[in-house]
Design a protein around this ligand. Structure first.
Ligand SMILES: [Zn+2]
Length: 247
C-alpha cells in the first residue's frame, strides 16, 4: 500500500513574500484501484480560467502551470487516468475539485453537507464553488455523520477500502469540510484539508488561521504532538514539504 503525495496547485502570497504553498493531493493505491484525495484544478481550469481563478491570479502569485494538474502527475507516476476509480474530496472549492472532469468515470465521495452547500452556493467563500466542475454528473457517494469516532474525533468510515479510511468532519471553512485519515503500515496519515495550516510552521498568524480555517488548529497540533505515529498534512503545505519528499 503506497500513498503518493502530489502538489496539485502552487499558490504564493505577495505578502509575506516567503509564503509559497502547494496543494496536497494524495494518490492512494487501494484494493479498489487508485483513490485520489482532492484533485487540484483541472485541465479545463487552465484552458478556460474561471472567474475565481482569475481573482486568485490577481491577489496571489500563481505560476498557473498546467503541468501541475493531477492527471499529469498520475501519468508521471506510471498510471493511467482511468486507474483512478475513486476520488475523495475534503471539500468542493475550485482548487480542491476542479480536476473532477479529468476523471469522468471516477466515483466521487463527499460529505453530504458539502455537496448541498455547493449546489445552493451557501457559506463563506461560496464564490469558490464552480458549477462546471461537476457538469459531467459524477457518480456520487454522500456521507452523513453517524456518531462514530476515530481516536477522539467525530468520524465517518469510508466503507469498502483497504487500507482503512475515515472521513473526519471539521466544518467551518466550508459546511462539509472533512479531513481524511488513511491507515498506513506504520500508523496513520491524517490529511486535515483546509481545517489546518502547515503543521511544521509555528510562525503563522493564529488569527488568520482561525478566521479562514476555523478553530481546529490548537487541537490538531496537540494531537500531532501526542501521536508521532500519525503523519499529519494540511492542504496548503509550504512548497519545501513537497521538495523534501523527493530528496
Ligand atoms: Zn477551500
Amino acid at each position: 500500500m503506497t500513498i503518493h503525495i502530489i502538489n496539485g496547485f502552487t499558490c504564493n502570497a505577495h505578502i509575506p513574500h516567503n509564503w509559497n504553498t502547494g496543494l496536497v493531493c494524495l494518490l492512494i493505491e487501494s484494493n479498489q484501484g487508485l483513490v485520489l484525495v482532492d484533485t487540484g484544478p483541472g485541465l479545463h481550469d487552465y484552458a478556460n480560467p474561471t472567474l475565481i481563478s482569475k481573482i486568485f491570479k490577481m491577489v496571489t502569485i500563481m505560476p498557473f502551470d498546467p503541468q501541475e494538474v493531477a492527471i499529469n502527475e498520475v501519468r508521471r507516476l506510471g498510471f493511467k487516468p482511468g486507474d483512478v476509480k475513486n476520488i475523495i474530496l475534503t471539500h468542493m472549492h475550485f482548487d480542491h475539485c476542479g480536476g473532477l472532469p479529468d476523471f469522468p468515470h471516477a466515483r466521487v465521495h463527499v460529505h453530504r453537507k458539502e455537496y448541498e452547500a455547493f449546489i445552493t452556493k451557501t457559506g463563506f467563500l461560496s464564490a469558490a464553488y464552480v458549477r462546471r466542475h461537476i457538469a459531467h454528473k459524477p457518480d456520487w457517494v454522500f456521507y452523513d455523520d453517524m456518531g462514530e469516532k476515530w481516536f477522539d474525533f467525530n468520524a465517518i468510515r469510508i466503507n469498502g477500502f483497504e487500507p482503512e479510511m475515515w472521513y473526519i468532519p471539521m466544518p467551518y471553512h466550508t459546511a462539509g469540510m472533512s479531513g481524511v485519515a488513511i491507515k498506513t503500515e506504520g500508523g496513520w496519515h491524517f490529511h486535515c484539508g483546509d481545517a489546518a495550516a502547515d503543521f511544521r510552521r509555528n510562525d503563522l498568524p493564529e488569527f488568520t488561521i482561525s478566521l479562514i480555517l476555523g478553530p481546529y488548529m490548537p487541537r490538531l497540533r496537540k494531537f500531532a504532538s501526542e501521536h508521532p505515529e500519525v503523519r499529519m498534512t494540511a492542504s496548503h503545505m509550504f512548497l519545501n514539504y513537497f521538495s523534501d519528499l523527493v530528496k
